[in-house]
Design a protein around this ligand. Sequence first.
Ligand code: AMP
Length: 440
Amino acid sequence: MTFDSLQLIDPIRRAIKAEGYETPTPIQAQAIPIVLNGKDLLGCAQTGTGKTAAFAIPILQLLSEQQLQRKGKRNIRALILTPTRELAIQIGESLASYGRYTGLKHTVIFGGVKQARQTDALQNGVDILVATPGRLLDLMAQRFVSLQNLEIFVLDEADRMLDMGFIHDVRKVIAVLPPRRQSLFFSATMPSEIVKLADTILHEPEKVEVTPVSSTVDLIQQWVYFVDKENKANLLIHLLNEKKIENALVFTRTKFGADKVMKVLMRNNIKAESIHGNKSQNARQNALTNFKSKAIRVLVATDIAARGIDVDELAHVFNYEIPEIPETYVHRIGRTGRAGASGTAYSFCETDERKSLKDIQKLIDKVIPVVAEHPYPQSQTPGNEMAKAKPQPQAVSQKSNNFHKSRSNPTDNASEQARASKANSGKRPWYTKVKNNKKG
Ligand code: AMP
């Protein structure tokens, strides 16, 4: 499948080429024809699968085809509702990229900042509006937004809307949408409340599903280091320097922890910033911008703050603390290895975190190879004496969940890579598994 076979108009084909995309990702290959056909869509996919382009490209094409006949001030003809400011900005950037030759206009609105620039943009007229629910309702109440000419509605990351308590706001928005419209609904998971919501929004949708989250990890090389809590910062600094890591996303469990790690890195001349829920929207966005532009080397983040972060070419993720919920591990390491790229994830496991590590390995059905040779080995752990006594490489078993038996001791990058490909081989990349079936 190529982009040429998707029957895209020339301005969009040129823009995709300029982006450097060669082949559509599975969600794009499935979803684009459905949307271009004017059908409703239920997409089960998380960020990292290329889902933004899967809806942005056909929306731009549909609106652009009808644009020629329209005169006068632009009306909002497509609304994309998304839970966070970061996602809204990313979707806006995608629309700007893919739509650069279409002449269509879009704007992005979200809370936590003054509204003047947003309302100015709205008053100048836009074809596509990207919004978070709270700010949208606010500006609708002030009559800066009218949705009466809406043709296409996208609900992005529906399950996160639910998680973040936005579902009532979403319902309020849906209540004022014109009933005759095309609707696209995306969610990484489909709990019953989300299925119910989808039923109220969609009309005879076609369903596109990208593989469940757990196989996302197959493309990413993963390593675990057993280390005492008090040595984690030293180990992080050691690895960043030893492996000459240009930029990395480091996950901590708490906001306090994120700040602490950031400060230690700064003291060691490693440029870092932290993002978490206590930071203002502006501070978070600035940190993200600095990270993307490589003005800083490390971004330290909590899980909530980092969800939805999309950084092209992010090759390294560190789990400074092992998450208790195994799915969180998959979300974290999924920040790297986006849309088919490869990446590496390092996890620091202290004694108390071994149970969480076991749960993760069970979920991903894979033993994460252990790097036993490093300058900060754990002082008192059942498996560690073995590591110290016999630092010999051993085969990594994929099936066994007993990581003590299958620990490996890569001592340099080359053996690490070789071991990784062995550990990661034999599985298909996450993005090759797609189902497409009709709903209803
Ligand atoms: P998303 O799932 O929309 O957050 O996209 C994840 C990443 O994949 C983004 O950085 C996109 O720029 C990139 N991407 C989307 N579609 C493609 C494609 N067809 N080929 C290569 N990269 C892509």
